[in-house]
Design a protein around this ligand. Structure first.
Ligand code: UD1
Length: 426
């Protein structure tokens, strides 16, 4: 098992070219099976969730090769209809293949999904929508058995604007008979990216990025080339790294509007935020002030930035309040920040944070992807050495985090826990 050893206390300065978006790429890889022919995806992030997804696709006859961020994917010869549990379980977006594979193969057997343990994460909206479009789905001992003759258009009203359900149903509907309208659709940027990609393959979609999306079904989709946009969540993490270390970090190659919610909270806390056509710079030369955060669907404060922001607020001046409204238990970082000398009190999905002057290096464990990012940020600001365990969570969504942080002046290295002499039960 690897750990990240972070020596804190150095302000970070410099620029980061932000890698492709994990969440966007995962959504594209769920939909790639809808088309036949060759698809080329560029700027694909090298993170473990992508590798897991590719291994699952391979099981259904998808062939691929990967050269320096470019994925060449061939979906001409889809085959099989069952997936192994161990290929499905590790990531939640395995499930988003159900509709697209059904549309192509007519039947499929897919174990229930996994992913980061941050709450119940039901798939009821996905199931209801697919059923409305004509799928017959049964759950038998944790495995979904599904069949369809041909999907048909439907009027689907989502109870909550789920990003995953919107993506899953929108992509499946591209091959349905007739028109599908999704109401109360998610307007997260990754939904828009997916729609742009599907349109490139020949789909007819209107309204992506608004709360009502119309999909006019077509008989088939082809291949095409598409660039995965920069990852707004990795970008936000690097900007917070600049702020928490009282340095100045520029995230490049991004859409600045995606950082608006994080940027405005950093401004409110006393940081400087500059914005260019495809970059955002955050600078801080003093201890930042406490702020209130409430996570909301886009364009509100992103739930994925809640944990990294909490790390920053652990050292802010005053009392901050953080409310998580999207997930039940995105709070595994709280106890670990307290191990580092933080003063955080969590009740339900709210965290009260009394900012401390400095955190102290400690052995801490990531409980999920963004908790891992939060602990690395805390380590960068802390006195002494922080050892972050469960690095595999961080590897799910950060493409070479250490190298990028080192390029900004951080001292951080990956070692095995034996080498570091760490007590893992810590
Ligand atoms: C995606 C992102 C995740 C991000 C989240 C919200 C990926 C791989 N993950 O997750 O990083 O935090 O969007 O921006 O892209 N819900 C239901 N029933 C359903 C589906 C969802 O009740 O069938 C609820 C969830 O429990 C949650 C809320 O809807 O409370 C939002 O979840 P959703 O938008 O679906 O998130 P994901 O797509 O899983």
């Amino acid at each position: 098992m690897n750990v990240l050893r972070v020596t804190g206390g150095t302000p970070l300065f410099g620029e980061v070219d932000v890698p492709g978006s994990k969440n966007a790429a995962l959504a594209l890889l769920s939909s790639v099976v809808l088309g036949s022919g060759q698809t080329i995806l560029t700027n694909v992030p090298d993170v473990s969730d992508i590798h897991i997804k590719l291994r699952l696709l391979e099981q259904f006859g998808v062939r691929f090769s990967w050269h320096e961020g470019t994925l060449f994917i061939d979906t001409d010869n889809l085959e099989g209809w069952e997936a192994d549990e161990e290929r499905v379980r590790p990531i939640r977006t395995s499930f988003y293949l159900l509709g697209p594979l059904l549309a192509r193969l007519g039947r499929i057997k897919l174990p229930a999904p996994g992913g980061c343990k941050i709450g119940a994460r039901p798939v009821d909206l996905h199931l209801k929508g697919l059923q409305q479009m004509g799928a017959r789905i049964e759950l038998d001992s944790g495995v979904y058995m599904a069949e369809v003759d041909r999907f048909r258009g439907a009027n689907i009203v989502l109870e909550v604007p789920s990003a995953g359900a919107t993506q899953h149903l929108m992509s499946t509907a591209t091959l349905a008979d007739g028109v599908t309208v999704i109401t109360n659709a998610s307007i997260e940027p990754e939904v828009v990216t997916l729609a742009e990609y599907l349109i490139r393959l020949g789909a007819r979609i209107e309204g992506a990025g608004t709360t009502t999306i119309s999909i006019m079904g077509v008989n088939e989709l082809g291949g095409g080339e598409f660039r995965v946009p920069a990852d707004r969540l990795q970008a936000g993490t690097y900007l917070l790294a600049g702020a928490i270390t009282r340095g100045s970090v520029t995230a490049r190659g991004i859409l600045p509007e995606h950082q608006a919610a994080v940027g405005s909270k950093l401004l409110e806390a006393g940081a400087d935020v500059e914005v260019g056509p495809d970059w955002v710079r955050v600078s801080a030369n003093k201890r930042l002030d406490a702020v209130k955060i409430k996570t909301m669907p886009y364009p509100g404060f992103p739930t994925d930035m809640q944990q990294p922001m909490t790390a920053l607020l652990a050292t802010a001046n005053g009392t901050s309040f953080v409310e998580e409204t999207i997930y039940e238990s995105r709070s595994g970082h709280v106890s670990q920040l307290n191990r580092m000398g933080g003063s955080l009190d969590q009740k339900g999905n709210a965290t009260l944070i009394e900012g401390v002057e400095t955190l102290q290096g400690a052995y801490v464990e990531a409980s999920d992807l963004r908790a891992g990012a939060a602990l690395v940020l805390a380590g960068l600001a802390a006195e002494g050495e922080t050892v972050v365990g469960n690095v595999h969570y961080i590897d799910r969504g950060y493409d070479d985090l250490e190298a990028r942080l080192v390029s900004l002046g951080a001292t951080i290295e990956r070692t095995s826990d034996q080498e570091s002499g760490t007590v893992l039960s810590g």
